[in-house]
Design a protein around this ligand. Structure first.
Ligand code: NDP
Length: 254
């Protein structure tokens, strides 16, 4: 049955930034498909754990500030030491800081790059040993349509650059790791209603532009990204690697 290929029974999935927004929706989708889910963020979110557990999902939390060197390696090691394995890694945690390029500080640039790029690479690198040991695995990186187009009206040079790096990292790793039976894909969401985008949605100078640039005329919901994540994390996509799947209501068609 084709639906069986979406099942993840018995697998372990680590979702960074899994306490809210897109990460929580992905954790829920993978858990509903049968995975044991480890979620991570800087601060514990009892609500997230409760909502996963009450949906019957085996879930645990590991704290990590992924902007710190060594944190992603530690997180992956700790996950494997608690669960004994790691079939799925979702590098979802990310941050956006806007600003004009002429005054964009080195500190803010590094802040974005250390979380959105360095931690993603470190997480992928740390997952290789356990995935190779168990004969394969799946990595899903969360990029953005901002890694493909320079969306307007807000200026966000560091964010856009970081997400383009995530997309190319995904393709490079996919090529390198296919021989190890490790698939690496990315999602490139458009505007999705979460804490990250709420300020922009409420901004009367921004939101009408966001909406008019989006053929579907609305923002997306985290669950609309989570379905695509389940596809890419499961055997349903067993011949897909190095793909950046755009989930943007058509924004990048214009
Ligand atoms: P949210 O801001 O809603 O959630 C971010 C999650 O990441 C939280 O769980 C947060 O928890 C965690 N996080 C933030 N900073 C760190 C850190 N330094 N170390 C560890 N965890 C951290 O974001 P979204 O759900 O909107 O975004 C998720 C991903 O999707 C990001 O990579 C984002 O760039 C991408 N994306 C989002 C879009 C959108 O419109 N929302 C569009 C395109 C891409 P805590 O703060 O407790 O650490």
């Amino acid at each position: 049955m084709i639906l069986d290929r979406f099942r993840l029974d018995g697998q372990v999935a680590l979702v960074t930034g899994g306490t809210r927004g897109i990460g929580l929706a992905i954790a829920k989708a993978l858990g509903e498909a049968g995975a044991r889910v480890v979620i991570s963020a800087r601060s514990r979110a009892a609500d997230a754990e409760k909502s996963l557990s009450s949906a019957g999902i085996a879930c645990e939390f590991i704290a990590a500030d992924l902007a710190e060197e060594g944190a992603a390696d530690h997180l992956v090691r700790e996950t494997v030491s608690r669960t004994g394995k790691l079939e799925i890694l979702v590098n979802n945690a990310g941050a956006a800081i806007h600003g004009d390029s002429g005054t964009f500080s080195d500190k803010t640039w590094r802040e974005i790059m250390s979380l959105n790029v360095d931690a993603v690479f470190r997480g992928c690198r740390a997952a290789l040993a356990p995935m190779r040991r168990q004969g394969g695995g799946v990595i899903l990186n969360i990029g953005s349509m901002s890694g493909i187009v320079s969306n307007i009206p807000q200026n966000q040079v560091a964010y856009n650059s970081s997400k383009a790096a995530v997309h190319m990292m995904t393709k490079s790793l996919a090529s390198e790791l296919a021989a190890d039976n490790i698939r690496v894909n990315a999602l490139a969401p458009g505007y999705i209603e979460t804490d990250m985008s709420r300020g922009g949605i409420a901004n009367p100078d921004w939101f009408p532009i966001w909406r008019s640039m989006t053929p579907m005329g609305r923002v997306g919901q985290p669950e609309e990204v989570a379905g695509c994540a389940l596809f890419l994390c499961s055997l349903a996509s067993s011949y897909v690697t190095g793909e950046v799947l755009v989930v943007d209501g058509g924004y990048t068609t214009r």
